[in-house]
Design a protein around this ligand. Structure first.
Ligand code: NAD
Length: 267
């Protein structure tokens, strides 16, 4: 069976009970699904969103994620804003057990010779610098607490080249080495760090690609399971990685991609 009913979460309401989890960029897509799944599994969720325009969406997610959930605005690329975000977590909960670095952006496909440096800087600032800033703040809290989980939402493009999207692929490749290095630094403190790498998931980030029939057909031909994934399928893996079922999992990437990484293009 490769599918399940979306309204039947596979985790008990106590899988993350008593834990405080921060999910960045959680007003939409995969982050939204993770925040809702964490809430359903009993966690107190901090729903980070980027800009005022996303406040309503984030507050709706926080309401759906349970009574203990709050929505907090912060641009993850801004060190002062990230410090304030974690300060808000401290003030509200006094602890942090799980960080999910989910916030991420990409740009329209552009060949390298025409790739705008502004797009490169923006993507690296959000996808890489943002994860670095949040891991640093999380480590400052998790080290004295002697434990914690850090989950970075990377991509199959942490390993697969992505022609036309050099900055995105570079940001996710670097996120892999950020994960491996911080996992080794933090292991003695009982903190695990992993990447959760989605394949093609139907969300706002790839709406244009998936709405184009020829691009969608070409993409589906690359996916052994023959369909794009859903945000809740990434969220289920995130609940597992945050739970007591994943205590020995660190310094590695978990691909949730319908087999895309191992596609042989019909060979
Ligand atoms: P999405 O656009 O719905 O989600 C990205 C979220 O990040 C948005 O809510 C956005 O507001 C937020 N964000 C952007 N810049 C931010 C900033 N500076 N500070 C805080 N938040 C910011 O798309 P998604 O597909 O849900 O993407 C979530 C993550 O999953 C991204 O890291 C993306 O690279 C990764 N991913 C997605 C796919 C896919 O197929 N959808 C595949 C692989 C990896």
């Amino acid at each position: 069976m490769t599918d399940r009913k979306q309204d039947a979460p596979p985790f008990t309401p106590s899988a993350l009970a008593g834990r405080v989890a921060l999910v960045t960029g959680a007003g939409s897509g995969i982050g939204r699904a993770i925040a809702l799944a964490f809430g359903a599994a009993g966690a107190a969720v901090v729903v980070n969103y980027h800009a005022d325009a996303g406040r309503d969406e984030a507050e709706e997610v926080a309401r759906g994620a349970g009574r203990a959930a709050i929505a907090v605005k912060a641009d993850v690329a801004d060190a002062a804003a990230v410090a304030a975000l974690f300060g808000q977590v401290d003030a509200t909960h006094g602890r942090l057990d799980v960080l999910v670095n989910n916030a991420g952006i990409e740009s329209p496909p552009t060949p390298i010779e025409r790739y705008p440096v502004e797009d490169f800087d923006r993507i690296i600032a959000t996808n890489l610098r943002g994860a670095f800033l949040c891991i640093r703040e999380a480590a400052r809290r998790m080290i004295p607490a002697r434990g914690g989980r850090i989950i970075n939402i990377s991509s199959v493009h942490e390993d697969l080249a992505f022609p036309g999207n050099a900055a995105y692929a570079a940001s996710k490749g670097a996120l892999r080495m950020l994960m491996r290095t911080t996992a080794l630094e933090l292991a003695p403190h009982g903190i695990t760090v992993v990447n959760l790498a989605p394949g093609a998931i139907e969300t706002p980030i790839n709406r244009a690609t998936l709405a184009d029939p020829s691009l969608r057909t070409a993409l589906l031909a690359e996916i052994p399971l023959g369909r794009v994934g859903r945000p809740d399928e990434i969220a289920d893996a995130a609940v597992f990685l945050a739970s007591d079922a994943a205590t020995y999992l660190t310094a590695t990437t978990v691909f949730v991609d319908g087999g895309l990484m191992r596609s042989t293009r019909g060979l």
